[in-house]
Design a binder for this molecule. Structure first.
Ligand code: HEM
Ligand code: HEM
Length: 140
């Protein structure tokens, strides 16, 4: 049962990469003057999927820790990084939601959205390393 969360989060990180790839097409056309095709609706769908799974997986990890070990907040760097991700998830999702609802020519907000979500993706990748430590210390 303890493998469900790591596998789900690995898949979620791949989905996050795909969202970043789709966003990069927009970045190249808006800021680099290149001719690219931005799959807007797909980016929004894939982006939401990653955000919801990151948040849901975090709650799932906490729930599993409590269920199996009767305690949460025991994994040091792993849960601390997870908590540090929360404000980035909220800001990334809020700015994305707003830009999707109110379409306009913008420069700064998409850039802030991009930087926020790339930091978020880096933290999610770092969770492979901290998560592997959890597996070595508590599971194996
Ligand atoms: C709730 C999820 C998300 C929504 C609703 C969303 C929505 C959007 C929208 C509407 C744009 C176009 C903005 C514009 O040019 O006016 C955009 C751009 C972008 N998004 Fe997202 N997004 C989401 C998640 C993500 C994620 C997870 C990543 C990366 C890991 C990401 C990376 C980017 C990038 C790099 C751009 C281009 C920014 C620029 O041109 O400066 N987004 N997003
Ligand atoms: C990508 C984002 C991730 C987030 C936000 C996240 C978040 C969390 C949280 C909040 C907990 C509860 C910890 C505690 O109560 O001390 C947890 C547990 C755990 N995490 Fe993660 N995690 C992520 C990725 C990973 C990855 C990639 C791995 C494995 C390589 C992993 C392995 C584990 C393990 C083994 C547990 C123990 C409970 C369980 O297996 O369900 N996590 N995680």
């Amino acid at each position: 049962m303890l493998w469900f969360h790591p596998v789900l989060m690995g898949i979620t990180n791949l989905i996050g990469f795909y969202a970043a790839y789709l966003g990069m097409e927009r970045f190249l056309s808006q800021h680099m003057g290149l001719r690219t095709q931005f799959l807007w609706k797909r980016h929004v769908f894939v982006g939401w999927t990653a955000m919801i799974l990151w948040l849901g997986g975090m709650l799932g990890g906490l729930a599993m820790a409590r269920y199996v070990w009767q305690v949460s907040f025991v994994t040091g760097d792993h849960y601390e990084t997870a908590f540090a991700m929360v404000p980035f998830i909220l800001f990334g999702a809020a700015t994305g939601f707003y830009m999707d609802r109110k379409k306009a020519r913008r420069k700064l907000l998409p850039l802030m959205h991009a930087v926020c979500n790339l930091v978020l993706l880096s933290m999610a990748l770092y969770q492979f390393s901290t998560g592997w430590q959890v597996i070595k210390d508590f599971v194996l």
